[in-house]
Design a protein around this ligand. Structure first.
Ligand code: ADP
Ligand code: MG
Length: 285
């Protein structure tokens, strides 16, 4: 099958602190793929390696092993020039809408910058900025304003518009709604879904929240301590997971019913204990 993104046996290590510290491997051979027009959800608890996968795909951290292919082309060790060209194909939306936009630039400048870099005339860029603002549900006069004049949700819309500007084939969405309040989360998720359906762009959609991932993904991959432990159709993985770790994530998602909540808490404790014993066993082996 011709995949848009193919991550094969990816390993990433970070240098340890101090002169004699050993380097620490945080991804232990991760494989995943994303088809054109597909949303792959990547879910796992904090520290499991989700962001590191996203950063490796973006070329922001070095792979110590394995391969990353885009449309069959190996981009694992792409040089700076190739990376600049790849920025057209792969874009990113980060978690924090407050630090990801240059506060000194107007929204219009933030959005036209990548267009001008790609050779658009200022006039074409201005027209495209209006289209982008419309696409993400912001008023046309947003172009003259600074990021600080917007709410968190609106800033995230600007960040999405910026990611869309070069018409990429893949957007890495790293916890794109985690910093937003719940009602804003729902609106931004729906926007991301609408855009995906309209443009056919693919997402690597990263979140620690199984319910968020279920809502937007076609397929889901579950990561636990640097290993993918389960992959499958979104509904199967998020409603009837096979791996105990995924079952635990599912039970950690809040429910409204308190009696049920207590049952889930007990079940979660049991699974955590089971996982602990398995880890201990694996460590001893
Ligand atoms: P997640 O996004 O799932 O929360 P991360 O990919 O950010 O997880 O981190 C995975 C592990 O790698 C964590 O233990 C984290 O402390 C470590 N890590 C991430 N970035 C670095 C770095 N630049 N240097 C050293 N360790 C890092
Ligand atoms: Mg992260």
């Amino acid at each position: 099958m011709n995949q848009l993104l193919d991550v094969q046996d990816l390993r990433v290590s970070f240098p340890g602190r101090g002169v004699r510290a050993r380097s620490l491997e945080v991804l232990h051979g991760v494989s995943l793929s994303i088809a054109p027009g597909e949303v792959l959800g990547l879910v796992g608890e904090s520290g499991s390696g989700k962001t590191t996968i996203g950063r490796a795909v973006l070329g922001l951290v070095k792979a110590s092993g394995g391969n990353i292919l885009l449309n069959g082309q190996d981009i694992t060790h792409a040089d700076a020039k190739t990376r600049r060209a790849l920025a057209r194909e792969i874009q990113v939306v980060f978690q924090d809408p407050y630090s990801s936009l240059n506060p000194a630039l107007t929204v219009g400048d933030i959005l036209s910058e990548p267009l001008i870099v790609q050779g658009a005339t200022p006039r074409d860029a201005r027209a495209k900025v209006r289209t982008l603002l419309d696409q993400v549900g912001l008023p046309g006069d947003a172009a003259e304003r600074l990021p600080k004049e917007f709410s968190g949700g609106q800033r995230q819309r600007v960040a999405i518009a910026r990611a869309l500007a070069p018409e990429p084939r893949l957007i890495v969405c790293d916890e794109p709604v985690s910093a937003l309040d719940l009602s804003t989360q729902a609106l931004v998720l729906d926007l991301l879904l609408d855009i995906q359906r309209e443009t056919g762009v693919s997402y690597l959609f990263i979140s620690h929240d199984l319910s968020v991932v279920r809502h937007v993904s076609h397929r889901v991959a579950v990561i636990y301590k640097g290993d993918i432990v389960e992959t499958g159709p979104a509904r199967t993985v998020t409603l009837t997971p096979e791996h105990p770790y995924t079952q635990r994530l599912l039970l950690a998602a809040p429910v409204a019913d308190p009696a049920n909540q207590e049952k889930r808490r007990a079940e979660r404790r049991r699974l955590i204990e089971q996982q602990r014993q398995q880890d201990e066993h694996a460590g001893a082996a």
